[in-house]
Write a protein that binds this ligand. Structure first.
Ligand code: ADP
Length: 486
């Protein structure tokens, strides 16, 4: 690791512009998932520390919201510039704490920077409306106001870009933020806070509270329970999202929840098979299968089913598993041993219900959190892989006969985040896009994340959208002003 990367590693949380320990001085370890080595200890914060962070965000809110959009934009833009300048060090940190190869970490930091830039631009364009009034001597004006203090909670699979997807947009709207990053990967968030500090962001506008897995519920309870926090922005599991929604109900908070997915990847016999297979490699195996938009159920039309599996197996065989620091690594380890155990149990369940292993299926010879790239065929609806996110490098193939069956099976889930379709039949593409109950649909494309488009899901996949012109609405409230007798 370079000296520059080391210089971005922080071992304290960031509250009110000050690097802070937890009040009781407790810490927890952050591990390198490729080696199991202890990288650094960070504060294990509790309710009292979190309240201190909310105090700080609340105090800073008045001054921050009073700035013009142009002034807030300038602040966010400076932060963005520092992120771009330090992109290589930030990427190395992502690989260090999360395990993904450097090529993917670089892409994550880049896309995160794009979101920050978009937010800086949006800060200047939070327009309202002038509405023709119901009386001749009245005026109706609508403005968008900052929601207030935001409690943000982020996951480990994109430790950098999940922060830059939420925090800059909240700041653009005029909100201040208390962020709790995931316990496995808080270093990227702390490094981003260090750059925010360097950019001159006023104290208290962006606070980071670190906490172990055991302390996360306590931190969450303060964020959801404190009535000064007006908005919760969460990315993570449906289970925890549901809990945060319930906890926030008494205070009627504004919520955005980006939760689990169960993405169908449908390949019709009208598809360009080579493009579909290459798309599937990227969509399924990026981040070792640990993304909420990864292909989870691969539906292939009967006539091309065996060919697709064979070609996929061939392409998959070219990929190298290893640590992010090893040259030529394409796929890293899973983030922790719980992830490995979950993948193992899903494979056992599939086999017990009649699936066949066509490749892989076991822990990798490298040991630790590494898992073999795996292909399962003859999958059916009774298996856990059908109803739950696998979150690992396991490609599960289902066979279908006709278009309606593919759409019905794809929709046979509580989730509705991303769906992928490969077809060259234009009429079929439109019918299938209309039929899929998903927040995002990619046709003949395996990657759909961009700050230009609204990211988010329906049903148990969440509420709200991030990025695009829609994203700012998650952090603003509409204020209707009626002026009479004028
Ligand atoms: P995953 O299964 O991907 O780890 P989680 O939903 O468990 O997803 O975690 C996502 C984020 O939610 C992490 O930052 C984690 O610490 C946090 N978290 C987990 N449980 C709670 C909770 N009860 N209250 C607040 N945050 C929580």
């Amino acid at each position: 690791m370079t000296r520059e990367t080391l210089s971005l590693i922080r071992h304290q949380a960031f509250i009110d512009g000050v690097w802070s320990d937890s009040h009781h001085k407790k810490t927890f370890s952050i591990y390198n998932p490729a080696t199991g080595d202890d990288i650094v200890q960070v504060p294990d914060m509790d309710a009292a520390d979190t309240r201190r962070a909310v105090d700080s965000a609340h105090k800073a809110f008045t001054g921050w919201k009073a700035l013009t959009g142009k002034e807030r934009s300038a602040h966010i833009y400076k932060w963005h510039q520092l992120i771009v300048e330090h992109a290589e060090e930030l990427a190395a940190l992502v690989s260090l704490e999360q395990g993904k190869p450097m090529s993917e970490s670089r892409a994550e930091v880049q896309v995160g920077a794009d979101y920050a830039l978009w937010a800086a631009e949006e800060a200047k364009r939070i327009y309202g409306d002038y509405i023709p009034a119901h009386k001749s001597n009245a005026r109706i004006i609508v403005t968008k106001e900052p929601a207030g203090v935001v409690g943000a909670i982020t996951p480990w699979n994109f430790p950098s870009s999940m922060v830059t997807r939420k925090v800059p947009m909240a700041l653009a709207a005029g909100c201040t933020v208390v962020l709790k990053p995931a316990e496995d990967t808080p270093l990227s968030a702390l490094a981003l806070a260090a750059l925010a500090e360097e950019s001159g962001l006023p104290a208290g506008v962006f606070n980071v509270v670190t906490a172990s897995g055991d302390s996360a519920p306590e931190v969450g309870s303060v964020l959801t329970g404190d009535s000064r926090v007006r908005k919760i922005s969460f990315t993570g599991s449906t289970e925890v999202g549901r809990q945060l929604l319930a906890q926030s109900a008494p205070d009627i908070k504004k919520m955005s929840l980006e939760l689990g997915g169960n993405a169908p990847f449908i390949i019709f016999d009208s598809a360009d098979i080579d493009a579909a297979v290459q798309g599937l490699i990227a969509c399924k195996l990026r981040n070792a299968g640990q993304t909420c938009v990864c292909a989870n159920r691969i539906f292939v039309q009967s006539s091309i089913y065996d060919t697709v599996i064979e070609n996929f197996n061939h392409s998959m065989g070219q990929l190298k598993i290893g640590a992010a620091t090893d040259i030529g690594t394409d796929i890293g380890p899973l983030v922790n041993i719980q992830g490995v155990e979950k993948v193992e149990s899903f494979i056992q369940d599939a086999l017990a219900h009649g699936a066949q292993v066509k490749a892989g299926g076991n822990r990798h010879a490298l040991g630790g959190n590494f898992f073999e790239l795996t292909i399962l065929s003859d999958m059916n609806d009774d298996m856990q892989c059908f109803s739950h996110e696998i979150f690992g490098p396991v490609a599960a193939f289902y066979r279908f006969e006709n278009e309606q069956e593919a759409v019905d099976k794809a929709n046979k889930t509580d989730y509705g985040l991303a769906a992928y379709v490969y077809s060259q039949d234009q009429a079929q593409i439109w019918r299938v896009m209309d039929g899929l109950d998903y927040g995002m649909i990619a046709v003949n494309e395996p990657m759909l994340t961009t700050e230009l488009a609204p990211f988010g899901g329906v049903k148990h996949s969440g509420i709200g959208r991030e990025g695009s012109k829609y994203g700012i609405n998650e952090f603003t409230e509409v204020k209707y002003r009626l002026l009479g007798n004028c």
